[in-house]
Design a protein around this ligand. Structure first.
Ligand SMILES: *[C@@H]1O[C@H](CO)[C@@H](O)[C@H](O)[C@H]1NC(C)=O
Length: 131
């Protein structure tokens, strides 16, 4: 075998070993002004260094403000999931806020229960969109 073929085979083997299927479950209850927020759009995303960010799952909160999302992905190294919530807590009419929440690394492969997600609180880096 040529040296190149050996190198290719070795790198494939390394990929096989280090890419593994990882999952996370995130749940919680969205609240605004101490009230549960129905129909907020929640997206579970994996922050990827190579690809554009991958959307793993999405859902709308139910009328009790509850949500539960499960996502899984094959990746080399640890996945870095976060959720993005589209909502209109304390916005002007016609506007929406987009708030993102990181999922702690130790919750990968487990359930991350955020309990109450207080949307009144402005999170770092959030955006407001108005049409
Ligand atoms: C999620 O990942 C954990 C840890 O790797 C594993 O034990 C569990 O079976 C997975 N759950 C599902 C539903 O795939």
């Amino acid at each position: 075998m040529s040296r190149l073929a050996i190198i290719l085979l070795l790198s494939l083997a390394v990929f096989e070993i280090s890419a593994k299927l990882q999952n996370v479950t995130v749940k919680g209850i969205a609240v605004c002004n101490k009230r549960r927020v129905a129909n907020a759009h929640i997206v579970l995303i994996d922050k990827d260094t190579l690809d554009p960010n991958d959307e793993l799952a999405q859902i709308h909160t139910n009328k009790e403000g509850e949500f539960e999302l499960f996502g899984e992905e094959d990746e080399i190294g640890k996945i870095e999931p976060y959720i993005r919530i589209h909502h209109n807590c304390n916005t002007q009419p016609g506007c929406e806020r987009v708030s993102e929440y990181q999922i702690p690394q130790e919750k990968i492969g487990e359930v991350y229960d955020m309990t109450y997600v207080t949307l009144d609180i402005i999170v770092h880096g959030e955006k407001t969109k108005c049409n």
